[in-house]
Design a protein around this ligand. Structure first.
Ligand code: TXA
Ligand code: MG
Length: 326
């Protein structure tokens, strides 16, 4: 216990000194900096090689501490907060003048959320400022869901990784905002659309990939392994193709496919029982594992199209170098 507390105090010391710290959240690991210091925030963009016009999410300990950073907190926002915070929901809200330009990349709205991880909440409780944190991966690569992913990707660029074990949810937060009175989901994520609809009493619109892109983070190619990646409903057809060409294939599937065995160098089945939450928790780790093996191609099966399965598929399609289904 004393050891843990010490680590959190060390994290606070680095953050106060405008240094970076990788923090655990329930979704993915974040690369955190003092959210009110432009000097500290610049270090995030440098470490990730992230385009400066891609805005950051501010993480808070409670709704009271969000108030000064936004221009209003409507009743609907309070209702969402009661249901989903702390948890994997990010809200895009009109910002106040307290938010540094670099956080929103000059946009009118700021992204805010209260993460659900005991260590990060403990850390936030010690701070009198929010933490800006994108996912702790080099820009465009797979998000990290374990401390060792962060270590491998950015270990030499950050002084401290606060170890909070594997992430519970495993897919980034859902991003929700309003256009006029209409709720819009800009990124599907840890909170399924159906759950938001129940609480709001109306269906949010889902921002379409073909619409004008608001930010580079929503770009079509993202979350991508270095290995050539195929995302498909029909893995058998692709397996046969690469088997015939003597290629080393890695397979990530959502169920066991006995017929597939002969042509695979390494297979990871995400959930034997078809449990969507388990799939979400494991998908990025599986991609990290297979991407480090030097295979010729990764074939990834799409998830069932319901609940968090939609968010998983969104990420998979963005990660694909070739994708015949979409
Ligand atoms: O689960 C999560 O949301 C994780 C954890 C660490 O909290 N964070 C995360 O951050 O996924 P990041 O930066 O990797 O993805 C945030 C996305 C980006 O695509 C960014 O462009 C978008 O949110 N975003 C942030 N602020 C925005 C704003 N003011 N307006 C529009 N989009 C915004
Ligand atoms: Mg990210």
């Amino acid at each position: 216990m004393a050891q843990i507390t010490k680590k959190i105090e060390l994290a606070k010391a680095f953050l106060d000194a405008e240094e970076l710290v990788a923090i655990p959240t329930e979704t993915v690991y974040g690369l955190a900096a003092k959210g009110v210091s432009t000097k500290a925030l610049k270090k995030i963009f440098e470490a990730k090689e992230r385009p400066i016009n891609n805005p950051l999410i501010l993480h808070f300990k409670d709704i009271k501490s969000i108030a000064p950073f936004v221009s209003e907190l409507t009743e609907e926002i309070h209702t969402l907060a009661e249901h989903f915070w702390p948890g994997p929901l990010t809200l895009l809200l009109p910002k106040s003048s307290q938010v540094p330009e670099i956080v929103t990349a000059g946009l009118e709205r700021v992204a805010v959320r209260i993460p659900n991880h005991s260590k990060t909440l403990e850390l936030l409780a010690l701070l009198d400022y929010p933490l800006a944190a994108p996912s702790a991966n080099p820009s465009g690569y797979i998000s990290p869901t374990r401390p060792k992913h962060v270590e491998r990707l950015l270990g030499n660029k950050i002084p401290l990784i606060l170890d909070g074990g594997p992430c519970d949810s495993g897919i980034e937060s859902t991003i929700l905002g309003w256009e006029g009175n209409t709720p819009v989901i800009y990124r599907q994520g840890g909170i399924p659309m159906e759950d938001i609809e129940k609480v709001l009493g109306r269906k949010p619109r889902i921002h379409q990939k073909s619409e004008v892109l608001h930010t580079p983070g929503m770009s079509l190619s993202h979350y991508a392994p270095n290995t050539k990646t195929i995302v498909t409903k029909d893995i058998l057809e692709h397996l046969q193709h690469y088997h015939d060409r003597d290629q080393k294939v890695g397979l990530i599937s959502f169920q066991k496919h006995p017929m597939a065995q002969k042509s695979i160098a390494k297979e990871i089945v995400l959930s034997k029982d078809g449990d969507l939450e388990e799939m979400a928790r494991k998908i990025y780790d599986a991609m990290h594992q297979l991407d480090s093996l030097g295979l010729d191609v990764l074939i990834i099966e799409t998830a069932p199209e319901k609940g968090i399965g939609n968010a998983i598929n969104d990420r998979l399609y963005r990660s694909a170098s070739i994708n015949k289904d979409n």
